[in-house]
Design a protein around this ligand. Structure first.
Ligand code: ADP
Ligand code: ZN
Length: 206
């Protein structure tokens, strides 16, 4: 089964994807994480992506699509995957159609007020990738593995406003694009509350 998670920045896509992975045999593919990995490794794709990510803009479709294509061709994707952060534009969605079948699109619906509240508090574990928010977790080390928590370079107010605008203009049209396989989840509650209807849906489908 192949799933897409759709939602604005800070809607909780990454957190939800990690919960799904724990219960179902699917791999999580985050294009944001793939870009950050490329940046860390100093690759050509990373150097290019950084210039866009630092401004809160989208990395050009051609680069993003070819990176995604290489990833989903790997063996571990054969049993199915969760796309977290892809597609983000209609051309990306059109291209994905040619690459593989998508069974279900889960849209995380969170108000912009809630997103602004969440945005500056996000912290990520430098080792295992667990996601926290300072509003609900005030330690500086990871509960799961004890490693230090870090703040992402692009989680600052200037960039966030741009990322939200880009979401409205470029990504929100995908809600219509996937109307026939869309499952909407209100994402404003706790991660566990958000996951409940998703787990029910996927349990029925699997
Ligand atoms: P968030 O959803 O919180 O904004 P991501 O980690 O998904 O965070 O993305 C971070 C940045 O990586 C985006 O702002 C964008 O610059 C780039 N990016 C990630 N996925 C895509 C994509 N599918 N197309 C274009 N750019 C992308
Ligand atoms: Zn950790």
């Amino acid at each position: 089964m192949n799933i897409i998670l759709l939602g604005a920045p800070f809607s909780g896509k990454g957190t939800l994807a990690r919960k799904i992975v724990e219960d179902f045999s699917l791999v999580q593919i985050s294009t944001g994480d793939l870009f950050r990995e490329n940046i860390k490794n100093g690759t050509e794709v990373g150097l290019l992506a950084k210039t866009y990510m630092d401004k809160g803009e989208l990395v050009p479709d051609s680069v993003t699509i070819s990176m995604l294509k290489q990833r989903i061709e790997k063996d571990d994707c054969k049993n199915g995957f969760i796309l977290d952060g892809f597609p983000r534009t209609v051309p990306q969605a059109e291209e994905l159609k040619n690459l593989t079948e998508i069974d279900c699109v889960i849209q995380l619906d969170v108000s912009f007020d809630e997103i602004r509240r969440r945005c500056l508090g996000r912290r990520t574990c430098s080792k295992c990738g667990e996601i926290y928010n300072t509003s609900t977790y005030n330690k500086t080390t990871c509960e799961k593995c004890g490693s230090p928590l870090t703040k992402r370079d692009d989680d600052n107010l200037e960039t966030v406003n741009n990322r939200l605008e880009v979401y409205e203009n470029m990504t929100a049209p995908l809600i219509n694009f996937y109307a026939d396989k869309l499952f909407v989840v209100k994402g404003a509650d706790s991660p566990d509350e958000t996951y409940k209807p998703v787990k029910k849906l996927l349990s029925e489908k699997f």
